[in-house]
Design a protein around this ligand. Structure first.
Ligand code: NAG
Length: 242
């Protein structure tokens, strides 16, 4: 995967459809985390065409149009060349390091849900769906276990889908004919967690669900008690009609 850190310096003459656009794009291109292949690329465009480019691997300016070639010749003799040669260390390295610490090495654990999509009926198989939500980065492994053995058939998974906010989701379907006493689990492996996340399909409540139900029920009872008390108090305080 090649990553590009891009800075757009729009030295725009005009951005109207019937106008002209002169702009400069700075790229830091790299594919390995040790930054051994990091390149600094500084390109000047007119409308959509590159006119002149500095590439840190080449080490000097290269022109693409007649004007660009002439400018490159001149710039390669001037002080700007030394400035450009310093930019790989001065601009790209520190910024790409920030990308690593703030984005590329960050992981966010998926929330995994296991649901029944279809019950088995009249000889037709049941369908379970295992969904992982809100994880980053997109590389993830979702698979199924039947009595501890990895299921290799009757599984259909979606691609990792981008939510558009840096988070991803994925859904895996398992078609199966229920057998008595069988254990089915969905397993999710992701960089955010050393241990695989395993959700067992039991039909019964999981611990977290049970806790939620207990908290919800307690809140409900407490609400009834408080509102009854409030109502009685109100009745006592308000003047009685005769
Ligand atoms: C920079 O120049 C090197 C050497 O010519 C080339 O391999 C590389 O693809 C160039 N990089 C970009 C982003 O154009």
């Amino acid at each position: 995967m090649i990553l590009i850190l891009q800075l757009l310096l729009a030295l725009s003459l005009s951005l109207r459809a019937d106008g002209y656009d002169s702009y400069q794009v700075v790229d830091c291109v790299f594919s390995s985390s040790d930054l051994s292949d990091l390149e600094y690329i500084d390109t000047f465009y007119f409308n959509k065409d590159p006119v002149i480019r500095f590439n840190s691997t080449v080490g000097e300016f290269v022109g693409f149009t007649e004007f660009g070639v002439k400018s490159a010749e001149r710039w390669n003799k001037g002080p700007i060349l030394q400035q450009e040669r310093a930019q790989l260390d001065r601009y790209c390295k520190p910024n790409v390091k920030l990308d690593f610490t703030h984005v590329l090495e960050k992981t966010v654990k998926p929330k995994v849900r296991l649901t029944s999509e279809k019950q088995a009926s009249e000889g037709r198989p049941a369908l379970l769906m295992c969904s992982a939500y809100g994880f980053y980065p997109p590389i993830i492994d979702v698979y199924w276990l039947r009595d501890g053995k990895k299921v290799t058939s009757d599984v259909v998974s979606t691609e990792e889908m981008a939510n558009g906010n840096w988070y991803y989701q994925v859904h895996s379907h398992l078609e199966y004919t229920p057998t008595f006493g069988e254990n089915i689990s969905c397993v999710v492996e992701h960089a955010s967690s050393k241990e695989p996340i395993i959700i067992d399909w039991g039909g019964s409540f999981r611990d977290s669900d049970r806790d939620k139900i207990i908290i919800g029920a307690s809140g409900f009872v407490l609400g009834i008690i408080l509102s009854t008390a409030g109502f009685l108090y109100y009745k006592k305080k308000s003047p009685e009609f005769v």
